[in-house]
Design a protein around this ligand. Sequence first.
Ligand SMILES: CC(C)(COP(=O)(O)OP(=O)(O)OC[C@H]1O[C@@H](n2cnc3c(N)ncnc32)[C@H](O)[C@@H]1OP(=O)(O)O)[C@@H](O)C(=O)NCCC(=O)NCCS
Length: 234
Amino acid sequence: MRIECKATDDLTNDDHAALRVLSAAVYPPRVTAASPGLQFAWAPQQSHILVRDDAGQIVSHVGVLTRTVLLDGVPVRIGGVGGVKTHPDARGWGCASAAMARAAAFFADEARVPFAFLVTLDRRLFYERLNWRLFGGVVNVEQPGGTIHFTANEPMVYSVRRTAPAAGALDLQGLPWLSANEVGYAVYRHESCVPVHVGSSHSAVHYRRRNTWHGALHRGADNNTSHSWFRAAR
Ligand SMILES: CC(C)(COP(=O)(O)OP(=O)(O)OC[C@H]1O[C@@H](n2cnc3c(N)ncnc32)[C@H](O)[C@@H]1OP(=O)(O)O)[C@@H](O)C(=O)NCCC(=O)NCCS
């Protein structure tokens, strides 16, 4: 098993292709179509922990990002985890756990953040084994229609350089990030658009251009693409 951390801009075409294959294996169309995550717009990751098998194939992925959020009204730059997935044929080998440990090192030594945050639909026990804890506070996030109180997934925090808060008011100051990447493989596109309607992974998306909005291209497991447009994280 070989683990590396790459910024999104440093991913090669081969990496992108391998991640699409991994995403399709983890999220076949029947899973993606039923995903409750489709109703939300999600932030893409900024760096990627890639776990390769002995043949060099990417078998597991953990995406990481940093974001300045508001905790009880006070700005603080924190870490985030998204797109945690292991190929079904490589599960139980410790790949995701190893990638999460590498993510923790990234948060401590490179990002140097006090704590990290994720939301999960049904993998709370997996993250608890890795010392993530439930966040009992209120989470606000931005969506194309405005700021919402986010309750659809379980929020969890991880202590990095400081003890993570167990409660409080956390405003993510932008789109949320999902520990799974249920809407497929997202590629950050530096284009400037504002959403009029954000559709599901496979439906049409109508948008109009404006300077402060960015978009994500979602590639579904069947390789169809669609776009979501959102305002850049502050
Ligand atoms: C969850 C997932 C990433 C784990 O990947 P993995 O590489 O097999 O994980 P590891 O081998 O490091 O760890 C597996 C351990 O986690 C445990 N685990 C896996 N899924 C779990 C779950 N839903 N609840 C509790 N424990 C879980 C396994 O029992 C195993 O424990 P063991 O080592 O004591 O047997 C993988 O199952 C996956 O890709 N699932 C689909 C996508 C997904 O759900 N991603 C997470 C989104 S929140």
